[in-house]
Design a protein around this ligand. Structure first.
Ligand SMILES: Nc1ncnc2c1ncn2[C@@H]1O[C@H](COP(=O)(O)OP(=O)(O)OP(=O)(O)O)[C@@H](O)[C@H]1O
Length: 394
């Protein structure tokens, strides 16, 4: 078992204007945990908080400033998680931040340049490369891609997606088995034998992804998306199968409704998004408090799906994406505050091994035959007939 708190990282999006200097600073002392200081300009300090504090400091595992490229992000954040998934542990990477702060860019990547590939394509590439190297184990990889929009789940890899509107598609629903394990109904799992097949599934899902526009971001994604890589592996001849899941999560924008200036349908979306992020926050608050017996996972679909990633059997990492411009200071502070709470959550990851009953029968049959052969050798009696009822009973 590996006990670990959720790892938190910060990534600052490049700003267009030069005037943003002096709004934040990063202290990268080798001995201490790096800290990000957000400095409130005087005019904002009076309005934003009553006690007129002028700077806020937040600690992160690592802080990636504007110049950090996608390769650096992958190497530092995603690769260690991918490695533990390959070793048989569950992993989750969550991107959290306001609209336009770079969540999608970090998780999926930008379409313009190959070097802009984000965590998902790079992780797929790394995982398949490692699986290919390890020829002593039999591996199977499946992909699922879930979108949670207005508290309803949709399968982004449903082939009917292109032909039907969202409302006509069967909703993905949650059910809990008697052992309290969560299962998702109507979410398809697609086998991917190669990196290319897995990437095609990612592109298919992204094409189907619900996009609506808000005044803040021309192509803002108003939903939560969970891309999951399911890995199974077993040694040849063994009945023990290892399962590990890697959730790569692009959350919807965390900003408040008032600021986006939306109405009608978009306001409904914003309410739902805020509601599900509010439930996520409640779960995180409950988990970060000691001795809390009840954790309200069931309140929303997202927290139900991510139950294991939050305070459960999983190695979880969160990336706080920040757009550190003057007008975004309050949102950036609230993103950092959220991250500080998340950092208090302890997870306990265990190896997910189970015995495949069919393989077990084959192994036992083989063992029986070997024992029979051994017995025949000792007694000198070659018996081929089946056991009598009395012998079976015995
Ligand atoms: N580190 C970065 N380097 C270069 N461009 C970036 C970076 N981060 C974000 N961008 C660009 O900024 C824009 C907004 O980013 P992105 O769509 O990833 O935001 P988001 O947080 O996912 O927003 P939403 O909540 O709407 O999904 C995009 O055009 C993206 O390409």
């Amino acid at each position: 078992m590996v006990k670990q708190t959720i790892q938190i990282f910060a990534r600052v999006k490049p700003t267009v204007r030069k005037q943003q200097q002096g709004i934040y600073s990063i202290d990268e002392d080798e001995k201490l945990t790096p800290s990000l200081e957000i400095i409130l300009p005087r005019d904002l300090a009076a309005g934003f908080v009553n006690n007129k504090r002028e700077s806020y400091k937040f600690k992160f595992q690592k802080i990636f400033d504007q110049g950090a490229n996608q390769e650096t992000i992958f190497e530092n954040i995603a690769k260690p998680v991918a490695e533990s998934v390959l070793a048989g542990y569950n992993g989750t990477i969550l991107a959290y931040g306001q609209t336009g702060s770079g969540k999608t860019f970090t998780i999926t990547g930008g379409a313009e340049r190959y070097s802009d590939r984000g965590i998902i394509p790079r992780t797929l590439s790394y995982i398949f490369e490692q699986l290919q190297k390890d020829s002593s184990t039999i591996h199977t990889t499946h992909i699922s891609y879930l979108e949670i929009y207005n508290e309803c789940g949709y399968d982004l890899l449903d082939p009917r997606h292109e032909a039907s509107s969202l409302e006509d598609l069967p909703k993905v629903t949650i059910f809990e088995d008697p052992d309290q394990n969560i299962h998702l109904k109507n979410l398809s799992l697609h086998q991917a034998a190669t990196e290319e097949e897995a990437l095609n599934l990612l592109f298919l899902g992204d094409t189907n992804r619900m996009i609506a526009e808000t005044p803040m971001n021309q192509a803002s994604t108003r939903s939560h998306c969970i891309f999951t890589i399911h890995l199974s592996s077993k040694e040849p001849g063994s009945a023990t199968v290892r399962h590990a899941k890697l959730h790569l999560v692009d959350l919807a924008g965390s900003e408040r409704v008032a600021k986006t200036g939306v109405g009608g349908q978009l306001l409904t979306e914003a309410k739902y998004i805020n509601l599900s992020l509010h439930y996520l926050e409640q779960v995180i608050i409950a988990l970060s408090e000691k001795h809390r017996a009840h954790i309200p996972y069931r309140n929303s679909m997202m927290t139900s799906v991510l139950r294991d990633s939050l305070g459960g059997n999983c190695m979880t990492t969160m990336i706080a994406t920040l757009s550190l411009e003057k007008r975004n200071i309050d949102e950036s502070i609230s993103t950092c505050r959220f991250a500080q709470r998340v950092a208090l959550i302890k997870n306990e990851a265990v190896l997910n091994e189970e015995i495949d009953p069919k393989l077990m029968i084959i192994c036992l049959q083989k063992e029986i035959q070997e024992l029979k052969d051994e017995l025949a050798l000792v007694t000198g009696e070659q018996r081929t007939e089946v056991l009598t009822d009395a012998e079976l009973l015995q």
